[in-house]
Design a protein around this ligand. Sequence first.
Ligand code: SAH
Ligand code: DHB
Ligand code: MG
Length: 219
Amino acid sequence: MDKALVSAVDGYIESLFLESDETLERTLRTSDGAGLPEIQISPAQGKLLYLLAKLVGAKRILEIGTLGGYSTIWLGRALPDGGELVTLEYEQLHAEVARSNLEHAGLGDRAQVVVGAALETLPGLEGGEPFDLVFIDADKENYPGYLKWAIKLTRPGGLILADNVVREGEVIDTESEDPFVQGVRMFNEMLAADPRAESVIIQLVGGKGYDGIALARRL
Ligand code: SAH
Ligand code: DHB
Ligand code: MG
């Protein structure tokens, strides 16, 4: 794949469909400044999440894997008045950076950052209102566990999304011993076989490389 061309087309898409946004730029600056890894979704992917959240009319959103809150802000902006977002993050530092960024984005009252290993904090969400959209984007080894929770916590007709399910194509390597690849492969197989959702994967290319996102509609 011609990486320079793919990056240039990403720039073209951004120039057409994304406005310069001081809040999002600040989020990237503060995240970088605090030493967080630069593994947030791309601007165009942020717009995609925002549009998908609006399309399902999401009033309650769950995110697994906050980082500095970049994707959280995109999703939070799709919420109507009175909407709510819960985002789960293992690292205390990431959570603090994200809280500050969400506050600056005017989402401090709508978005709640819950600190801890997601598999330990997810049970605390059971019994609450179901979610309209769940975005999975934390440690890939635990994607299979996150899928179980996403199915449990999403309303019928709701949307489950999972980032990084292609990983430069490594996902088709059946011999891979990379726990990241193994986690994602298991996730994809579980999702494909799950009768409680209808699903697909979309391959994504852009300035950040070659990856993909899984989309599942909860039945
Ligand atoms: N969604 C973010 C990127 C998330 S990166 C964005 O696009 O802007 C993945 C995040 O998951 C990191 O912040 C990492 O600390 C967090 N994470 C890793 N393991 C986790 C776990 N077990 N529980 C919750 N979060 C975890
Ligand atoms: C990486 C990328 C991601 O989008 C993510 O959520 C986690 C890790 C990575 O490139 O390592
Ligand atoms: Mg990701």
